[in-house]
Design a protein. Structure first.
Length: 406
C-alpha cells in the first residue's frame, strides 16, 4: 500500500507518537483510540466515579491500542511520508503548541539530533529529545511488568514463555542489539548502569553482509541465512582433529574453532562461495559473540536473568538459538537467554512513556484489556518491514493520563 493511497477512513485517531531513530532503523510507537472510545458526559462521569477519578474529568481514560512500525534510517523519507499520510503528528493530545506553532514530538536515539532539522522542515515537528538509555530501560521495564507473555526462552527450536515475578525482577542484564550492542545492568525503575558493550552487532552483520553477498537489505540477508550451511565456511574443531571431538576441554567436533576459517586453505575466491553459506556463517559468528560477552558480564555481576532485545534478533529462530546456546554453554546451563516479543521497540516504548513525565502524571496499561496476538495496523505496507508473524501485533490497552497545568 502506498501512503498516498490511504483513504480517510483508514486513518486511526492517533496520539502520543514517539520515535526512536537509530543508526540503522527508525522505530515508531503510537496510540490510537478504539472506535467506541468516545463516551458522553454521563457515561464518562460514571466511569470516572468508579475509578475514583475527579468529577471534572481531568483524568480521561482512553481505550485503544499501541501500534508499532519501523523503517530503514537510510529511507527516512518513507518514514516522513508515513507520518504525514496517517497524520500521526496531528491527532490526539500528545503534542503541545510552541509560540511558533510547531508540534513537539518525543524522540530518542542519535537520529533525534541528526535529523531534527529534517523533521522540522518536512512536517513542522520539533523533536523533544529523551535520553536513549533511559528510554531503553523504561521500555523494557514496562514490557516485563505490564505485558503478559512478553519474555520467553528459545532453545533447540522450543519456545517457552517465562512468568515474570514483578517482586523479583531486579537486577537483570539487558542486552540491546542494534547497530552496536549495549549491555545494561538494571537495578530498578530509573536505576541502571551501562556495564559493557561491543561494536560487533546488527550493523556489522548488515555491513559485512552487503559487502560479501551484495544483499540490499537486512531481511534479505536473514532470508539467505535460512538456506545456508556455515560449515562450508567455518573451521570446526573436527576439521582440526580429523573429525574427532576435543573432549578433554568439552569441545565437540561440530564446535566452531574459527569463523570463516576455511577460507584460509580452500584456495577459493569470494565468488566461489555461496551467499547463503556466507550469511549463515556471519550470523553465527556475531550471535555467538554477543551471547558469550553477555554471559560474561552477567557472571561479573552475579546476574541470572539476561534479556535480549533489538531488531538484530527479528524473532529469527537461528539467531535466538545461537545466542541461547552460547549462554547455555558458557554458563554450563546455569543461566538462560530470554527474549522479548517487542524486542525492537524498547527505546520507542520508553520514549512513549516519557510523555508521562512532564505533561501527564502517568501512563499505564490495563492488563484486563490486553489480548494477544492482535494484528498490527496496516501491516504489510510496502514502505516499512512488517514484524515476523508471531510478533505482528499491537497492544490493546487503556491509557490513564492526568494532565498538569503549569
Amino acid at each position: 500500500m502506498d501512503p498516498a493511497e490511504v483513504r480517510n477512513e483508514e486513518i486511526p485517531q492517533a496520539s502520543h507518537l514517539a520515535l526512536d531513530i537509530g543508526g540503522s532503523l527508525i522505530k515508531l510507537v503510537y496510540f490510537s483510540r478504539n472506535d467506541n472510545s468516545h463516551t458522553d458526559d454521563k457515561e464518562q462521569r460514571t466511569l470516572n466515579e468508579g475509578l475514583g477519578v475527579s468529577s471534572d474529568g481531568s483524568c480521561p481514560i482512553l481505550k485503544g491500542r499501541l501500534h508499532f512500525a519501523k523503517f530503514e534510517t537510510s529511507k527516512i523519507n518513507d518514514c516522513l511520508e508515513f507520518i504525514r499520510c496517517y497524520r500521526l503528528h496531528l491527532g490526539g493530545f500528545q503534542h503541545h503548541e510552541t509560540p511558533s506553532n510547531k508540534i513537539i514530538i518525543k524522540a530518542t536515539g542519535g537520529g533525534a539530533y541528526k535529523f531534527a532539522n529534517l523533521f522540522e522542515e518536512e512536517l513542522g515537528i520539533s523533536l523533544d529529545k529523551e535520553d536513549e538509555m533511559d528510554c531503553l530501560v523504561t521500555g523494557a521495564n514496562f514490557l516485563l511488568k505490564e505485558v503478559q507473555q512478553e519474555a520467553f526462552t528459545y532453545l533447540d527450536g522450543h519456545k517457552e514463555f517465562v512468568q515474570i515475578d514483578h517482586n523479583d525482577l531486579y537486577p537483570y542484564l539487558l542486552v540491546k542489539i542494534g547497530s552496536g550492542v549495549s549491555m545494561i545492568k538494571v537495578d530498578g525503575d530509573g536505576k541502571f548502569e551501562r556495564v559493557s558493550g561491543t561494536n560487533l552487532g546488527g550493523g556489522t552483520f548488515w555491513g559485512l553482509g552487503r559487502l560479501l553477498t551484495k544483499c540490499k537489505s537486512f531481511d534479505e540477508l536473514l532470508e539467505l541465512s535460512h538456506q545456508g550451511n556455515n560449515r562450508v565456511v567455518d573451521m570446526l574443531v573436527g576439521d582440526i582433529y580429523g573429525g574427532m571431538d576435543y573432549s578433554k576441554i568439552g569441545l565437540s567436533a561440530t564446535t566452531i574453532a574459527s569463523s570463516f576459517g576455511k577460507a584460509i586453505s580452500d584456495n577459493k575466491e569470494l565468488e566461489d562461495y555461496r551467499s547463503e553459506d556466507i550469511s549463515r556463517s556471519l550470523l553465527r559468528m556475531i550471535s555467538n559473540n554477543i551471547g558469550q560477552v553477555a554471559y560474561l558480564n552477567a557472571l561479573r555481576f552475579g546476574l541470572k536473568r539476561i534479556f535480549f532485545g533489538g531488531f538484530f534478533i527479528r524473532g529469527h529462530a537461528y539467531t535466538m538459538d545461537t545466542i541461547a546456546v552460547a549462554v547455555h554453554f558458557w554458563s554450563k546451563g546455569e543461566a538462560k537467554a530470554m527474549f522479548l516479543r517487542h524486542e525492537g521497540f524498547l527505546g520507542a516504548l520508553g520514549t512513549f512513556m516519557s510523555y508521562g513525565k512532564q505533561s501527564y502524571e502517568g501512563l499505564s496499561v490495563d492488563q484486563a484489556t490486553q489480548q494477544f496476538p492482535m494484528s498490527l495496523s496496516h501491516a504489510g505496507d510496502k514502505i516499512y518491514c512488517p514484524l515476523s508473524q508471531d510478533l505482528n501485533d499491537s497492544i490493546e490497552c487503556s491509557v490513564y493520563a492526568t494532565q498538569h497545568h503549569s
